[in-house]
Ligand binder design. Sequence first.
Ligand SMILES: Cc1cc2nc3c(=O)[nH]c(=O)nc-3n(C[C@H](O)[C@H](O)[C@H](O)COP(=O)(O)O)c2cc1C
Length: 305
Amino acid sequence: MESNLLGISFAGLSLENPTILASGILGYTAESLKRVAKGGAGAVVTKSIGASPRAGYPNPTVVQAEAGLLNAMGLPNPGIDVYSEEIKYAKTVLRVPLFVSVFGYSADEYASVASKAVEAGADAVELNVSCPHVKQTGAEIGQSPKFLSEVVEKTKAAVNKPLIVKLSPNVADITVLAQAAIEAGADALTAVNTLKAMAIDTETMMPILSNVKGGLSGPAIKPVALRCVFDIAEQFEVPIIGCGGITDWRDAVEFFLAGASAVEIGTAVADDDEVFRTICRGIETYLRKKHYGSVKEIVGLAHRK
Ligand SMILES: Cc1cc2nc3c(=O)[nH]c(=O)nc-3n(C[C@H](O)[C@H](O)[C@H](O)COP(=O)(O)O)c2cc1C
């Protein structure tokens, strides 16, 4: 059966399969999270939520790039006090673990939003310390080992659920940030968020995104994300969620072989919310063909010397 081969225990949570909805795609409402879970996701992550409401950036906020998507949404969200009601409702309609993605402008703010999310029913918290296009949060925190440690330490002390730290690929050496997060108490890491990027309109001769720069996702970033996972797994024992450009089962398997225990899928879900089921079937067929009894057995195999 599918669950035998694909079931995992991740940072203390039981997942029926290792595919997870990434933050920001169909993750605003309980109903859209439910739709994704029905499409076969083993867990779902909400859109990143902050302390107070944010409108996000004016349009254009998304540009189709070659082999990917460029976005600068600007973290639009209703704020945790309003969103707590959505979390409570989501818990009544979801049968898979619910991860709430959190951002803030200080360590205290991250900790406070995370604790409210857990109070409302989050099964785990994912810290967005890696958004590449909003100043004073996101990557500005995730690029500094000192800030990152402070945020992780304070948040860890404020929650009694697994704490997952989502890292930025926009750094010279991701293992330095991974180490800071682990030493500060992260239970798991997600690698990675989007790559800082831009597009220019040759007619207007101006940047297309209203925010000028945004984050690149989709197949274009897969090799970078895979390298990040490989680098972290080479040095640390921590559970890793691989994320970036996963579109089919082969991509997912590459991430497992690099050292990820689970994968998050974002851009590919926008085209097809059944992508989780399709990918799971593919992984299962692959495992049977290779005579493995569980997806856990192939995690990190690409590191054999
Ligand atoms: C439209 C859009 C919105 C996103 N919003 C968030 C967000 O709110 N928080 C976050 O941590 N990541 C956000 N991301 C990043 C994704 O969760 C993911 O890390 C990234 O897109 C790489 O995975 P993918 O190639 O499968 O999309 C967003 C990505 C897209 C495309």
